[in-house]
Design a binder for this molecule. Sequence first.
Ligand SMILES: [Zn+2]
Length: 312
Amino acid sequence: MAPAARVKIKGLYGLPTKRTPVTPAVLDMLAGFFQQHKGRVLGLTGAGVSVPSGVPDYRGTNGTYRIHGEYTPILHHELVRQHASRQRYWARSFFGIRPAFKAEPNPIHYAFARLETKGFLTGLITQNVDGLHLLAGSQNVLELHGTLRHVSCLNCGYVESRDAFQHRLEELNPEWTAFWQTMARSGKEPTRRPDGDVDLPPNLRYEDFKYPMCHRCHKGHFMPTVVFFGGNVADSVRRQSYDMVDQAQALLVCGTSLATFSAYRLVKHAREQGKQVAIVNFGQTRGDGDATVKIEVPAEELLPPVARILGL
Ligand SMILES: [Zn+2]
């Protein structure tokens, strides 16, 4: 594939620059990328893929925190060490997890699932923690920054579903549960302030929020199974991500500015091996200088029609 759509970009990552017109030639170029490397294309996805699903941006992992605005992401060590930080995190998450779990896969997720089923795609590495690729039917998915669908004990490693954990939070915090039910009946959600806090009624305070200890070891605290800002991708996950790149012939980066090093280093790794890297993202990325092809459009305008061109 000729590097016809390569765009040279300066400035901050993530800002839209020059939109690539979605012409039949651009669609054919990406379809050709899949045909040329059929069965050996690895996808690397990020937040842009879940935006059309309305996934809220509160998650606070190092792949998704907001750079602009007043929102400060919670740090890994704060959650591990500080009771007050855990209270605040679980109280916010008590509300935030519900809309997150209501989100459904969108046409980009389904296009990726079909590309894998029909043998074009070898698998996916995603920075998203929403589990939507798996819900859409993708099989070989590595969740680089973990998933919000589970929690695990910091002491013994016991893993529990976030759903089950939510029920235990509800039982421990009946006043919070009543507040949520009142809001839900009125069709509203608690108002979120720019710093990520929630507007609470006067009888509720973060300092009163209760969260359970691990019921297996009775010593440890639970954490969501995600990589927080200041935390590290587990060695086993990092190795697996490199293995997936090693086994692929080409990399398709989609819906991510590659701002996190854990994702960007995979692009570097692929290029060091001389592999082709195509980037589909509306906004510049850290990997633009490494891309064989850069297509500057939101992924939802490209992946579904390309899947159709390939007969999927
Ligand atoms: Zn435990």
